[in-house]
Ligand binder design. Sequence first.
Ligand code: HSE
Length: 438
Amino acid sequence: MEPVKVGLLGLGTVGGGTANVLSRNAEEISRRAGRDIIITHASARDISKPRLCDTSQMKLTENPLDVVSDPDVEIIVELIGGDTLSKELVLKAIANKKHVVTANKALIAKYGNEIFSAAQKNGVMVAFEAAVAGGIPIIKALREGLAGNTIDWLAGIINGTGNFILTEMEQKQRDFADVLAEAQRLGYAEADPTFDVEGIDAAHKLTILASIAFGIPLQFDKVYCEGISKICREDVEYASELGYTIKHLGVSRRTDNGIELRVHPTLISRERLIANVNGVMNAVLVHGDAVGPTLYYGAGAGSDPTASAVVADIIDVVRVLTTDSENRVPHLAFQPSKIQDMPILAIDDIETAYYCRLTVDDRAGVLAEITRIFAEFDISIVSMVQKELHNSQDEKCSIVLITHKTIENKMNSAISQIQSLECVDGEIVKIRLEELDG
Ligand code: HSE
């Protein structure tokens, strides 16, 4: 049988990795797919640049439209990122009846509904395993392996750069900027690293996971998103003393009132396996009603790990090239006509536990004033410790406390009343805490 011809858009970190994995594992891949797979045509912004992979068998161009319109190419692999040119190219490829494999989370999170509907009309596949959690086959696990379950919730460390930064800050007391520069050098960080640090990248990925888990449309604009740039060493240290670690989590939960969709720094008990996922590694915890909690762990970024997911998608497409398009696994796991528009909860309406740190006057009655306000809002405190402030000249101390679960707007109201007390100095720190106990 003729080899399947692939057109590659982008020869950077992931594009180079994809070409390398395809050629290094060509024999194993062919045994699995039933056909040889070769990249015949590739585009890059500057084709004279030295590459990490062998391009000698590829026709190279600086115009990606040449690849998308190449009549010999059956599968387009989009690895250029961004969501403007990539959207145009992917829609063009679909219109030209080519299957698409992409690692582009921004593209899928923002325009996936439109792209999948175009793909369905044209009878082609759009595969996007590499868009979430790099090399971890989490899309496949959620969409196929857990298809018998009603998914209750999921929570994931889905940005490698953010996790790398938090881990290095906690374990090696390194500076934020220094760790971020290393992540950029290693090819983990996004072109705009604020996407990593401010949670936008994680929000793209959470949008995709939640759609597949709950059968809802992709709704990136409804994700509550808070980054890690305000996390300070003090809170990392106090959390650790109380038995917690701070991770940047994407959380999505089905509730009676709608779906929670949120990305923020989160305290997690050290006893949870996911609390021990460090460095650039990613992990996603999924709770299904039948299976209970399941955990998926692996490299969330980097050349070869991301290529592992891209190549698996290419093989999946090759395996179904001749099948009837109606009988393929649906893009978002549920039949397109059965996608349900469930409400997405505003952050004020979510329910979780909290860690708070307050700087207060160190005198009689202060604790009583604070706990009275929590009691008024029916917020129950799990534990509370007082910390001396080493540099304080003027009899101040820190109060660190952890609450039971409550509704976010109650917590915000309590904090705003406590903030206005005379004994409170500076801004109260609030970090959400998840039990993740099933
Ligand atoms: N910048 C992303 C991360 C790359 O650090 O996880 C993989 O999506």
